[in-house]
Design a protein around this ligand. Structure first.
Ligand code: ARG
Ligand code: ZN
Length: 465
């Protein structure tokens, strides 16, 4: 499900796909080395669409050594003589395509692969990458940490926006979603938690392998691996939804009461947003200080670097619908994820005897900059740069956009929009234009021009109507 990519002239490609040029292959285009996301121009790749990742990893926290084997099944969306994968750090030992050794070259985060035989548009092909090394922690433009994070007793892999390239090669852009099999082998006594459902756990010669499967489409930025010692709780919500929750023993006391609300929040979420979009839920609470954020909405079970509060738990679980199931097409559209998750917090409060969403909106409008100094510094749908993607204009003002829509269309239509949006784009991707068109379709008698131009795209604090 990658976005269409403009063809790059063959000469420009020689600079990108070195191997293709070295061997004198011209004329057949290679896949582009990025997908024109203005915030992360090199993230993701053109020319193919991944359908499945099978990752077989082995990690030793003591030596901080990772070995990986990634089998990537993809469909060519154009004729390809070369294509790129994103991989940061690590050493690549071998690449094969369709079972034959392929030439490859690395420049920065681009792993350019030149298969023995050209790939034809529409063809499904398998790439296998064998790699190893010490996975990196990435510092984002906003100073937060992602990628591979070492913890006291293991590690955490977190990938928003671009950290997943620190632990596996792939098409690391939000729009290319795929199913996953993630198997991780660790020294016996440690546990591994990932997305989806645990299929098996087996120990041999002092090492344990955990095999996790994610059947529903997943963007790579919400893929995760958590390695360490955890207290595991397995239950079933409402008789059908498996919950798997892993908590670092040192955080159990602080998180017990909040995590006990997962079933209640999930049922409230289903009433408010529609059917829960995945086949399992849960949470991971670990000990990782100084990431610069309180949680990540990793698919099926959000990761919390410390004990969450109820608002944060509601926010992350709401992301399963908005962010994980309906995924922003590019990083510019991230307000579709964060604005909804923030508005979910407002709705939760309203439905549980707290402030109404209207009161939250009014307080923000009147003196929001006292709490959120930069609230009016840029419009939600046009973050100023990559260092400002996860800031208040995206979260708070993004939620304010949703509240303006609610005011305009009234309660019933608003509820239908919130649920319908999740249903229509379930397991897919969407951008801001898709959203505004959807809202207009649902309320054809209303005019949203002022909301879009002032609240979504306008600079500064909109005037009071
Ligand atoms: N998406 C996370 C949340 O709102 C926050 C992640 C922030 N990431 C970052 N690189 N600043 O729940
Ligand atoms: Zn969020």
């Amino acid at each position: 499900m990658s976005r269409p990519v403009r063809r790059v002239p063959a000469a420009a490609l020689c600079a990108l796909a070195l191997t293709a040029c070295v061997s004198g292959v011209h004329g057949t285009p290679g896949g582009a080395e990025g997908v024109h996301d203005p915030y992360f121009p090199k993230a993701g790749n053109g020319g193919y669409d991944v359908t499945h990742y099978a990752l077989t990893l082995s990690y030793d926290p003591g030596s901080h050594h990772l070995t990986g084997n990634a089998v990537i099944t993809a469909r060519a969306t154009q004729d390809l003589s070369a294509f790129d994968l994103d991989l940061k750090g690590l050493h690549v030992d071998e690449v094969t395509v369709a079972g034959k050794r392929a030439r490859f070259n690395r420049t920065g985060q681009e792993l350019t692969v030149r298969p023995r035989d050209d790939l034809h548009r529409g063809k499904t092909f398998r790439t296998e990458v064998r790699y190893a090394g010490s996975p990196e922690t990435i510092t984002d433009p906003d100073g937060s940490k992602e990628g591979w994070l070492r913890t006291a007793d293991g590690a955490l892999a977190l990938g928003q926006p671009v950290g997943s390239m620190a632990w596996f090669p792939g098409d690391h852009q939000p729009a290319d979603k795929a199913s996953y099999d993630i198997a991780v082998t660790v020294p016996r006594g440690l546990q591994v938690v990932s997305n989806g459902e645990l299929r098996s756990e087996s120990t041999a010669r002092g090492r344990t392998t955990f095999r996790w499967r994610t059947a529903e489409p997943m963007a790579s930025f919400v893929a995760t691996v958590a390695i360490g010692r955890y207290d595991i709780t397995r239950t079933t919500i409402a008789g059908h939804l498996p919950e798997y929750t892993a908590v670092d023993p040192a955080r159990r006391r602080a998180s017990e009461q909040v995590l006990a609300k997962i079933p209640e929040i999930t049922r409230w979420g289903e009433r408010t947003f529609g059917p829960y979009p995945f086949s399992s839920t849960g949470a991971v609470v670990d000990r990782a200080d100084d990431l610069g954020y309180a949680a990540l909405e990793t698919q099926n079970r959000p990761v919390f670097p410390g004990a969450p509060d109820t608002g944060t738990l509601v926010h992350e679980l709401a992301h399963e619908w908005y962010g994980d199931s309906v995924t922003p097409k590019s990083w510019q559209d991230v307000w579709l994820s964060e604005g909804f998750a923030t508005y979910a917090e407002w709705l939760w409060q309203e439905d549980h005897g707290g402030r109404t969403a209207q009161a939250t909106f009014d307080a923000l409008y009147d003196h929001g900059e006292r709490t959120y100094a930069d609230l009016w510094s840029f419009p939600p749908a046009e973050p100023s740069d990559a260092a400002h993607l996860f800031e208040d204009p995206v979260y708070q003002r993004g939620a304010m956009v949703l509240h303006k829509i609610r005011q305009k269309v009234g309660e019933d239509t608003f509820r239908a929009i919130v649920r319908g949006w999740a249903a229509d784009h379930r397991h897919g991707v969407a951008d801001t234009a898709d959203f505004t068109a959807y809202v207009e379709k649902k309320a054809p008698d209303k005019n949203f021009d002022a909301i879009w131009s002032e609240w979504l795209y306008g600079e500064g604090r909109p005037d009071r109507p």
